[in-house]
Design a protein around this ligand. Structure first.
Ligand SMILES: [Zn+2]
Length: 413
């Protein structure tokens, strides 16, 4: 049995008094994080050994509380402070692993200082902080109080931790991490390859083309307008401040809607297919080219992440196919690798006589390559231990603009 970590996010509504307490906790967590970072940096500059996790905790929490300048750290839950240091330690470990080449993917930067101006403020409570969901549905947090939560679904089991987040739009969320066992779905015959394209959000090897929904394209246009209107406002003016909040709100709404749509699409694909293969896009690399805008708008990384953990959860096979594999120009009938094609070539003919739709052909190739990689070793692609909870799992903000249309572009499903 697999254990997967799922994240459930809910909107919370702290009272003005609780907002003050939360601001204090965000501030203390930030100070501890920054103190820890400063201590390690200065040790390094002075040629001293790396300060261990335990030593760091002793100095920037336990000892610091006894000093006059940091006495106020005692006003917040010590778990919040420890978790802030845990974040710092993780950031360091990721950085070291990246530098030494043990961590794949794009390079991880060294930890940076946190600022009160950061768009996202967060604190985390673990089990031993004794946070708890009360019978009346409120969330009890030590030294904060009982927060009212808009529950949009029930938690499948006892949460192991909860993070409280304040986003750029000034909204508060509780993000619970829940351990769940996988829920194997009945096996099905179909397997699918997915080509993530620029003309369509995704093209499946069965010929289905999924367009980015119109409501998202409209929202993107509206965002650009707000962005423009912001750039026309004088720096430091009240109108500019208002425009900044408006833009942050609009961004948050679009992100919620996109996530909602991607959840529906990924659930359908995982439900209907025994194996799912996608091209391993180096989204970080692509993002720096002129394709950046469409790539980020499309949000493929979060989508393939959803496919991956849902596949693990429902006991499906998920695989990423090498991104250097020429999926577009290889004929899926004869295997011949043809000349490079311009982006505007949507269909082509292979000398073998096959006529191909560019994207469907690519998706079929992705499926074939995925199946070949996987060989007979079914399930090899499913990670045996745990699939980390993606940061944005299972968000169902009750106030997110909900689309009545299900998944646009795949009406057949
Ligand atoms: Zn051919």
């Amino acid at each position: 049995m697999l254990v997967v970590q799922l994240r459930y996010n809910f909107r919370v509504y702290p009272t003005p008094g609780q907002q003050i307490e939360l601001a204090r906790a965000f501030g203390c967590a930030r100070v501890v994080f920054n103190d820890g970072l400063r201590l390690r940096q200065s040790a390094r500059e002075n040629g001293l050994p790396y300060v261990s996790d335990a030593e760091l905790s002793r100095r920037v929490i336990t000892e610091a509380k006894k000093t006059e300048v940091r006495a106020w750290l005692g006003e917040v839950s010590s778990v919040v402070l420890q978790q802030a240091l845990a974040d710092l330690n993780t950031a360091y470990r990721n950085f070291f692993a990246s530098v030494s080449g043990m961590r794949k993917g794009r390079k991880v930067a060294p930890p940076r200082f946190r600022s009160r101006k950061d768009n996202r403020q967060a604190i985390r409570f673990t089990k031993n902080s004794r946070f708890r969901v009360l019978d009346d549905g409120r969330l009890r947090l030590p030294k904060i109080g009982d927060l009212s939560v808009r529950w949009s679904r029930t938690l499948p089991s006892d949460p192991s931790s909860v993070a409280i987040i304040r986003d750029a739009a000034g909204r508060y969320f509780a993000s619970f991490v829940v351990q769940a066992t996988d829920e194997a779905l009945p096996p099905v015959e179909c397997e699918v390859g997915i080509d993530l394209g620029l003309t369509h959000f995704a093209v499946l090897s069965d010929g289905t083309k999924v367009a980015a929904p119109r409501f998202l394209r409209r929202a993107a246009r509206k965002l650009r307008k707000l962005q423009k209107s912001l750039s026309r406002k004088a720096k430091g003016s009240n109108n500019r401040k208002k425009a900044v909040v408006n833009l942050a709100r609009a961004h948050a709404r679009v992100a919620d809607t996109r996530r909602d749509w991607q959840h529906k699409l990924s659930t359908i694909i995982v439900r209907d297919n025994q194996a799912i293969y996608v091209e391993d896009l180096c989204v970080a690399g692509l993002g720096r080219t002129r394709l950046a805008k469409s790539v980020h708008d499309a949000g493929w990384a979060s989508f393939t992440g959803m496919l991956e953990y849902k596949a693990a959860r429902y006991r499906r096979v998920f695989g990423r196919v090498d991104r250097f594999f020429p999926s577009t120009r290889m004929c899926s009938d004869c295997g011949r690798i043809n000349d490079k094609m311009a982006l505007n070539v949507r269909a082509w003919d292979c000398p073998c006589g096959s006529h191909h739709d560019r994207d469907i052909n690519a998706a079929i190739n992705v499926l074939a390559a995925g199946q070949a990689d996987n060989g007979n070793d079914r399930g090899a692609q499913v990670r045996p231990a745990s699939v980390p909870a993606p940061r944005c799992e299972a968000v169902t903000h009750p106030d997110a603009p909900r689309s009545a249309r299900s998944v646009e572009g795949i009406s057949a499903l």
